[in-house]
Design a protein around this ligand. Sequence first.
Ligand SMILES: NC(=O)C1=CN([C@@H]2O[C@H](COP(=O)(O)OP(=O)(O)OC[C@H]3O[C@@H](n4cnc5c(N)ncnc54)[C@H](O)[C@@H]3O)[C@@H](O)[C@H]2O)C=CC1
Ligand SMILES: O=C(O)[C@@H]1CCC=N1
Length: 267
Amino acid sequence: MLKDKIIGIIGVGKMGSALLTGLLNVGIDKKNILVSDAYIPKETVEERFGVKFLENPQLAKESDIIILAVQPIDIPECLQEIYPFIDNSKLIISIAAGIKVEVMRSILKKGRFIRVMPNIAAIVKQAASAIYCGPRTTKEDEEIAMAILGVVGEVVVIHNERFMDAVTGLSGSGPAYIFEVIEALADGGVKVGLRREDALKLAAQTVKGAAELVLKTGKHPAELKDMVASPGGTTIYGLAELEKRGTRGGFIEAVVAATKRSEELGS
Ligand SMILES: NC(=O)C1=CN([C@@H]2O[C@H](COP(=O)(O)OP(=O)(O)OC[C@H]3O[C@@H](n4cnc5c(N)ncnc54)[C@H](O)[C@@H]3O)[C@@H](O)[C@H]2O)C=CC1
Ligand SMILES: O=C(O)[C@@H]1CCC=N1
């Protein structure tokens, strides 16, 4: 389905380059991918990825699918640049936090829009992504977005755009929360005498293993937690410390705050 389309990626920073690498890794022909970036030099991009580098307007003209992978603040300028080359045959997929389909539509007037939210684990093909298909998109458009995001991880479809901000607060920003957890667990390990490298490996693998258990068993996390905590054992003492410090409430409020910020970015 993607093989006969020209895919243009605007912005090849952290997320744009992860998507580009994912597409190349599943065998999309380099000739069918175009990229642009306002700051990363053409030579650097062409040498690193072997794909054609164009300015934004030319990229928009030549692409069937345009992926916007710039910061939210840069979206309006990008859209102004590509405006003359957008007609209803173009599918525009934005990964920008907060930017609503209607905002893009109001600038470009034409085109079909899909708003998506992947996360940084796209770099290792373990992203948790959500997609929202705007009005006038087709079933094929949805399948295309699923296929593109699918090259970097798991994808869910969201049917109400309002919840894209919630996705952003949870899984879009979420890896950063978990990196702090991993760092803190490793620090704890170092405090009780482990070597830093061992502590970090054990902490990261612990998070990965716990996540796999939730995903593969389908059990509620509380049930899995109970499987770890033996009566009068070590785990319940650790958990009691987390409860004293309101750790669970902290994570809940982190998601709420990031969701609100996503809403602000879009207003
Ligand atoms: N970093 C993350 O974990 C995630 C980021 N996002 C979203 O992805 C988007 C990109 O984020 P990152 O890749 O982290 O940012 P980044 O800063 O690494 O990359 C953005 C790229 O856009 C380029 N750029 C800026 N203005 C441009 C223009 N007018 N034309 C062409 N290129 C331009 C920059 O030179 C840069 O290379 C943002 O909108 C962000 O909200 C979504 C999910 C996760
Ligand atoms: O922090 C941000 O705004 C972006 C969106 C989700 C993850 N990073």
